[in-house]
Ligand binder design. Sequence first.
Ligand code: TYD
Ligand code: MG
Length: 461
Amino acid sequence: MARPQSRYVCQACGEAFLRWEGQCRACNAWNSLVETVVREIPAARARATGPALEPVPLASLADEVVPRLPVGLGELDRVLGGGLVPGSLVLVGGEPGIGKSTLLLQAAAGLAAGGRTVLYATGEESGGQVRLRAERLGLLAGPAAAAIRILAEHDVERIVAAARVLRPAAVIVDSIQTATLDELDGPAGSVGQVREAALRFMELAKGEGIAVILVGHVTKDGSIAGPKTLEHLVDAVVGIEGERGGTLRLVRASKNRFGATDEVGVLEMVEAGLREVADPARAFLVEHAVPAPGSVVAATLEGSRALLVEVQALVAPAGYGTARRTAIGLDPNRLALLVAVLGRRAGIGLGTHDVYANLAGGIAVADPGLDLPLAIALASTLRDRPVRPGTVAFGEVGLLGELRAVGGTERRLREAARLGFARALVPQARSGRPAVPGIEVIPVPTVRDALAGALEDAGPG
Ligand code: TYD
Ligand code: MG
């Protein structure tokens, strides 16, 4: 085969160059050139010059039934929208050690239990290491032992060739960062290699109707040059989150062409792999023996599932220079905005304080309903007064300190009531006060009112 030509294409403006340079000469963007293989596409060309195509009326389109391959783990199936779609390309991302290989080997076993063959290509580990994991997961006896085929290989062409012969229902590539093409100069894991490898796997998926799952390592700050550039290319992006020291894992689709995004699955890493937790809604709650200032329970909504999570805040007088604002699992822009709103609208002056905010359990939530609990947590830690026990809160905070309703009010309240919370601080809604049995709903118009209702009275002294 002729060696394909490669060009360095600016990811900002699309200009192509023959050599790599640190700065694009066309648009002056830095580090934006990516080695890209230039390929002839004769089929596309022929089509372009053929007879004009006839668009069909919307009404005459056939109803598309998407077939699904359940992977056996209910929580992962939920996130995928009901199972793997044949011919789809899925990217599974997460920090090293979070449990990607474990999750996918279990998914492979689930497919095997349904009578399907799975090709598991590993460029990271030896066959022996995969066997050790399989043994731990109890897969060496049972249908998985024969139906999961292991290929310790990093060469993309060879993996694709093996898949074309074996014709499995799914191919798992662990990981895309170790998959390489000989034709490209870049090292394994470079943007050019990762992109081209992913394109080859996409051809395999679409051409043969095989579901292909790519594993991508993501670092804490999310700066994964490689996998990040694949997100627009794949059909679904599934992320695994959690604290590496802890056992809980949140599985979430940030993109899904075949299902809802932001559906989450909650799993627990135990001795024999990942398993479902009995009550996902309360999994991330921490019981405190004594009420702690700076801690508030938020009733958040992830997709269609309500999760109760603990928002924690800590403030400390800043030293010299600019005060620090640190948000873990929360949007740092929302934190900065809330600090400003609290200062101007609620008499909570944090301008000269370092501010830290965190979601317990190592998860990240982008729900606008986190504003109010975060504001309460900040006030609670600054005043050193705990929140009244049994309280949950949710609601968006506007620039004027007003509270705005968020979606899923009833669902959040029902979960909070079910988990034994006694009262909920919610934005006052024009549509009236939501009534949910078992929980006192306290509608509040502004963040200032919410603080008055949330915090315990100051103790003596
Ligand atoms: P792994 O799936 O190898 O992570 P990744 O592929 O994302 O790098 O799993 C990492 C951790 O999970 C490892 O530290 C050991 C732990 N683990 C268990 O606790 N139980 C198990 O059954 C398995 C297989 C792993
Ligand atoms: Mg791994």
